[in-house]
Design a protein around this ligand. Structure first.
Ligand code: PLP
Length: 425
């Protein structure tokens, strides 16, 4: 134990990003390991929100064109900042909607089933909302989700193999939908391999990057990914219910959006108020409604911080944190607790930004951790997720959290933490 505590101290002393912690509002007496669910507020985001409120006070409607960052172009500006973090060109990313909403928007245009091609390949471990959206789109387009949605299965309910996606590609598939990092296990998939094979078979590739954007480098443009979306409130620290992002590859810049609205209209002619729709080329044309400026302001500030650090540096520290977390679990907990397992791959090339532990009493263990100030989450039935953030977590946070977990597990009296709130399995 002492060895790991000393190692944490040494890693913190040598951490070139340790000063960034002061930019974040960390809760007193808590260890926050939920950066993959809701990133914490940072001072850059706060300053931009406050600035926008002041501009609203001072300028009223003139803020659309006269704010320091005119609101009319803020979604595009934030999209450009985001593009750098995911290996995209600036016109390929727009800040808009939410992830589920963006899946509807993207599939409305890219899912064009015909007699020959009508299937969508996704996987059983996808975030459920993705599957709800995809099934509803199949129905809206006159299909039957039972036949038209092919779900890649998992051999162990936690992991997937790229070859399983590739094996399902065929000339009757329209789209393959993949999450580069699986929300439950934190497994990172090799998207480039699947994308190459899909493209050779004329299958479009769509991604849900919610658990990878801002923590894992992407090469969306270079990999020829057709379209993607992700949340703004996780590793991007855009705040609760933050505006999300939508990516459409440059090769589709003339593709007419399926769901159309006036904020996707040719930007410079939007206020001509023409009755028929003519979209702005690129991702901007996929907007529909007036953007939420306060939410975009938070992202505008927060993305400055991420870009200042750079995604490669973020990834490097994130892996050091999760390596250390897994090593501590391996040595401090697993020998005495045979029911506890690490489900996140040990190989760093296969790991996203969080670590998932599996235990039959995962729900109670996560309640116990929360009761003792370690903020983690439980994903039914048996997973506890821990996500140290490269921008605001320390190695001591990780060590201290695991020391608390050890006390909880060694004590074993978990029922005392049951607050009677149960998710129905
Ligand atoms: C992987 C993934 N996809 C989609 C969503 C849904 O996002 P939204 O509520 O923004 O639609 C989430 C939410 O946590 C998620 O983790």
């Amino acid at each position: 134990m002492r060895r790991y505590r000393d190692h944490a101290l040494k890693m913190d002393r040598e951490d070139p990003l340790s000063h960034l912690r002061d930019n974040f509002y960390l809760q007193a007496h808590k260890i926050y390991l939920e950066g993959n669910s809701l990133g914490l507020l940072n001072k850059q985001a706060e300053a931009r929100i406050l600035e926008s409120i002041q501009e609203w006070k001072d300028l009223g409607i003139d803020g659309w064109l006269s704010a320091r960052s005119p609101w009319f172009w803020l979604a595009e500006k934030v999209g450009t900042k985001m593009a750098k973090l995911v290996g995209a060109k600036s016109g390929e990313v727009i800040a808009t909607g939410g992830t589920t909403q963006n899946i509807h928007t993207l599939f409305s245009a890219f899912y064009r089933p015909d007699e020959r091609r009508r299937k969508i390949v996704a996987d059983i471990l996808s975030f459920p909302s993705d599957l709800y959206a995809i099934k509803s789109i199949i129905k809206l387009k006159g299909g039957d989700p039972e036949k038209d949605l092919v779900l890649v299965q998992s051999k162990n309910e936690k992991h997937l193999a790229e070859s399983d996606f590739i094996d399902h590609l065929a000339d009757d598939v329209v789209i393959v939908w993949i999450s580069p990092v699986l929300y439950q296990s934190g497994q990172l998939l090799d998207i480039a391999d699947i994308a190459r094979e899909a493209q050779s078979q004329g299958v479009l590739v769509g991604l849900d990057c919610s658990h990878s954007a801002g923590v894992v480098p992407h090469t969306l443009h270079e990999n020829n990914i057709d379209f993607a979306t992700w949340c703004g409130y996780k590793y991007l620290n855009g705040g609760p219910g933050s505006t999300g992002f939508l990516f459409v590859h440059e090769k589709h810049q003339d593709q007419e959006p399926g769901l159309q609205g006036w904020f996707g209209y040719k930007k410079r002619q939007q206020f001509a108020m023409h009755p028929s729709f003519d979209h702005e080329p690129g991702a901007a044309g996929w907007q529909t409604s007036t953007p939420n400026i306060l939410s975009l302001a938070a992202l505008d500030g927060s993305l400055d911080l991420l870009n200042e650090v750079g995604i490669e540096v973020i990834r490097k520290k994130s892996l050091l944190l999760t390596d250390f977390l897994m090593e501590c679990v391996q040595n401090m907990l697993l020998p005495a607790h045979k029911d506890l397992k690490i489900v996140t791959p040990a190989d760093s090339a296969r790991r996203g930004g969080h670590v998932s532990l599996q235990h039959p009493a995962a729900r109670l263990i996560s309640l116990a951790l929360n009761a003792r100030g370690v903020v983690v989450d439980h994903r039914p039935p048996d997973v506890i997720r821990m996500a140290p953030s490269a921008l605001y977590s320390s190695f001591q946070d990780v060590y201290n959290a695991l020391e608390i977990l050890k006390v909880i597990m060694d004590d074993g009296n978990l029922e005392q933490y049951d607050r009677g709130v149960k998710w129905v399995p």
